[in-house]
Design a protein around this ligand. Structure first.
Ligand code: GLN
Length: 190
């Protein structure tokens, strides 16, 4: 199994470190030619969704990535990655890949509570550390979307078939369980 990590901006390095600990082969997607390599799953990291959205268009990655996801390529979006996958962002007129049937709210916790860590329950895994950095949450989900975690009544993780998103950053903690959960999705898709 090989997992590609979108590496145009944001916390891509940390995802690679987690995959390394799990012994999963991976490489970074920085330019169009990287898309010629074979990969079975894709991680879209946290960072700044507007910047990543702009760069994937400018670097001509947009069409291929969108097509692959629509053809069921397993994808895991964290934080800004969640925003890239959301079909709608209620406080931003721009959407990006827009492949997942969720409506997200950007920078949803306000300035004061912009960044915080907590422990929370993740469906099918149990208690995991959750680090939020100017995070979004999910306001609304479509009918095929499974809710996997909530914090203060707001949805913070969800799955629609092969698309997995978390509003928090599992790559910033030592806990490997959410990446392992994604690797299982990739494995079962093979
Ligand atoms: N606030 C960022 C955005 O709107 C997301 C923050 C993050 O990825 N940590 O894209």
């Amino acid at each position: 199994m090989t997992i590609a990590i979108l590496a145009v901006q944001g916390a891509f390095y940390e995802h690679g470190e987690i995959l390394r600990k799990l012994g999963i082969e991976h490489f970074e997607i920085r330019q169009q030619s990287d898309l010629n390599k074979h990969f079975d799953g894709l991680i879209i990291p946290g960072g700044e969704s507007t910047v990543q959205g702009k760069l994937i268009r400018e670097l001509n990655l947009y069409d291929t990535l969108k097509e692959k996801i629509l053809q069921n390529l397993p994808v895991f979006g964290t934080c800004a990655g969640l925003l890239l996958l959301a079909k709608q962002i209620s406080n931003d007129e721009k959407t990006h890949l827009g492949t997942m049937n969720i409506t997200a709210v950007r920078n949803a916790y306000g300035r004061q509570l912009g960044s915080f860590s907590t422990d929370g329950n993740f469906k099918g895994i149990g208690t995991v550390p959750m680090t939020f950095i100017r995070a979004p949450y999910i306001e609304q989900v479509g009918e095929n979307v499974e809710i996997l975690a909530e914090y203060n009544g707001k949805i913070t993780a969800a799955r629609e078939n092969n698309q997995l998103v978390t509003a928090f950053h599992p790559e910033l903690n030592d806990n490997l369980s959410i990446h392992r959960y994604f690797a299982d999705i990739v494995e079962n898709n093979a």
